[in-house]
Design a protein around this ligand. Structure first.
Ligand code: SAH
Ligand code: SF4
Ligand code: F3S
Length: 441
């Protein structure tokens, strides 16, 4: 008899992706084999995101399709991630709405899936959990994510994450390090430590080490070439962290610091806890200590009460700081959040879209100019994959510079996991083309 198959449907952030891979590892341990064909798989695992209405709608559409399928064929459906949420009442409401779902998993908690599989005799009861990588990806995964701070207790007024991932909890440092060692032993070359405010690592655990020390210890793990971390919060990124990145060669000089808005009035309504000038100063501190560091950020346009002037302040902050990437989102009111309950969503959809497009155009212009200066310069990429598409891109090695710059290298025989020196030939705003300069195989 052929092995049963599972299909992983993914959405959301790296935290979700990390959780989903662990669930996939459990399914493979139980004998399931991965398939890309979601319409014929025996087991469909949905990793859900609800950060904006659009993300939730995408999941709900997929659930409609699956509801149709479960009536006609044998299929088990499991749902994990932020749609599920960490509270039992949320989960009960979800179960009532979608009675055909066999397993509901709260974010970062695989135990319902483990019990389900154990109940069917597919996993030993209380057996050891598999590592953070499914066996099908061992030896081929070059990068991996390791959650170090779960949940969030900050309660920015627009944000649903604390309601779905629960309060902030730092994981035990020894457990994190053993997971990183196990990833490195399976061929992973780059790990990214994750947290909603990763800089707060350890603050909620008495006697725990903090993020700079954790990063130093992770960087010392044999076999790893690169270590990254995200997401930072302007109030919590201290000078010790910046110094640690500056002085630890394997720590990539890439800072992800969402600012959300360049208007102090909007930041106050978002309850972010800093002013635009604090972000200006932080970016200045990073760049003066580490000149080649990249700083990327997130911005929400069209938040409650955002005026034309507020938006202009955001545009100006982006010009002043010359950030290296902006992930732009249009404000979307989310259930239970302060802003959804107390503030009017009063920027019309067309205006939100206009601001998104304007900021996007500014980003493209800034990056085109900045990256043009990279033509002819050299750097090293960690090869993540080989492009399989037809035509000119075929065979290009996809990888990143330590600062995160996305590069497609031509004339290289390198394999995923190799570090390759390259020279930029055609710089672009979002991705650049390069040629391998040595070590051709
Ligand atoms: N913990 C990180 C990011 C969490 S959510 C932080 O503190 O910034 C990822 C991004 O989604 C946020 O940075 C924000 O830009 C966006 N986002 C969160 N809630 C949103 C909402 N209600 N509408 C639009 N975008 C939102
Ligand atoms: Fe959401 Fe704010 Fe926590 Fe980030 S810090 S996850 S935006 S509540
Ligand atoms: Fe989405 Fe949850 Fe991440 S809502 S962005 S998957 S923390």
């Amino acid at each position: 008899m052929a092995a049963p198959t599972y299909h992983l449907w993914e959405s959301g952030c790296q935290m979700n992706a990390a959780d989903a891979l662990r669930a996939a590892a459990l399914l493979e341990r139980a004998g399931y084999v991965a398939t890309d064909d979601g319409d014929h798989a025996d087991f469909v695992l949905l990793s859900t995101c609800v950060i904006r209405q659009q993300a939730e709608d995408k999941f709900l559409r997929r659930m409609e399709q699956l509801a149709g399928q479960v009536r006609h064929r044998r299929l088990a459906v499991a749902v994990m991630g932020c749609f599920v949420g960490f509270s039992a009442s949320q989960r009960a409401a979800a179960a009532e709405r979608f009675p055909f779902v066999a397993v509901w998993m709260p974010p970062s908690d695989l135990s319902p899936l483990a019990s389900y599989l154990a109940g069917r005799g597919l996993l030993p009861e209380g057996g050891t959990a598999p590592g953070p990588l499914p066996s099908s990806r061992e030896g081929s995964a070059v990068t991996a994510h390791v959650p170090v701070v779960l949940g969030c207790s900050h309660a920015c007024t627009y944000c649903i994450v604390p309601y779905r991932r629960g309060p902030e909890r730092s994981r035990d440092a020894a457990e994190i390090l053993s997971e990183v060692r196990s990833l490195a032993a399976r061929g992973v070359k780059e790990v990214t430590l994750l947290g909603q405010i990763v800089d707060r690592y350890g603050l909620d655990r008495e006697g725990s080490i903090r993020l700079p020390e954790l990063l130093r210890r992770v960087a010392a793990v044999e076999g790893l070439a690169r270590v990254r971390f995200l997401t930072s919060h302007p109030n919590w990124m201290g000078d010790e962290l910046i110094d640690t990145v500056a002085t630890t060669p394997k720590l990539c000089p890439a800072f992800e610091v969402p600012v959300q808005s360049g208007s102090d009035a909007v930041l106050e309504r978002m309850r972010r806890g800093y002013r635009a000038d604090d972000f200006r100063a932080l970016v200045g501190r990073i760049r003066s200590r580490i000149p080649d560091a990249s700083v990327s950020t997130d911005v929400i346009v069209g938040f409650c009460g955002e005026t034309e002037k507020d938006f202009a302040d955001t545009m100006q902050l982006m010009r002043d700081t010359q950030v290296d990437m902006i992930r732009i989102a249009k404000y979307s009111p989310r259930p239970l959040t302060w802003s959804a309950r107390h503030l009017a969503d009063d920027v019309p959809p067309e205006e939100k879209e206009r601001r998104r497009v304007a900021l996007d155009a500014l980003l493209r212009e800034m990056l085109t100019k900045k990256h043009a200066a990279l033509a002819g310069t050299t750097g090293e990429i960690l090869v993540e994959s080989i492009e399989q598409t037809e035509g000119r891109r075929h065979g290009r090695r996809r990888g990143r510079f330590p600062d995160g710059l996305l590069v497609f290298a031509e004339n290289s025989g390198a394999q995923p996991g190799d570090i390759v020196p390259v020279r930029i030939t055609v710089p672009g705003p979002y991705a650049s083309i390069a040629e391998a300069t040595e070590g051709r195989k």
